[in-house]
Design a binder for this molecule. Structure first.
Ligand SMILES: [Cu+2]
Length: 68
């Protein structure tokens, strides 16, 4: 398992945090995620044999939250 965090723009509220987290959690291999609109960041725990940080970042971006 690997922990990482990355920056995302456009999160304004708790609903945005949930959207980002559900986008990350939907990626196969993601174990957990925690988004912070205040920090504009997302922490993820994932199985690096099943996915990669890049795939998770792309999934979040595809939900409409541009990567910073
Ligand atoms: Cu929002």
């Amino acid at each position: 398992m690997q922990n990482a965090s990355f920056k995302v723009t456009g999160m304004k509220c708790g609903g945005c945090e949930k959207n980002v987290q559900s986008a990350a959690d939907a990626v196969s291999g993601v174990l957990s995620s925690k988004a912070s609109s205040r920090d504009g960041s997302v922490e993820v725990s994932f199985d690096e044999t099943k996915t990669s940080l890049d795939v998770i970042r792309q999934a979040v971006q595809a939900k409409g939250y541009p990567l910073a």
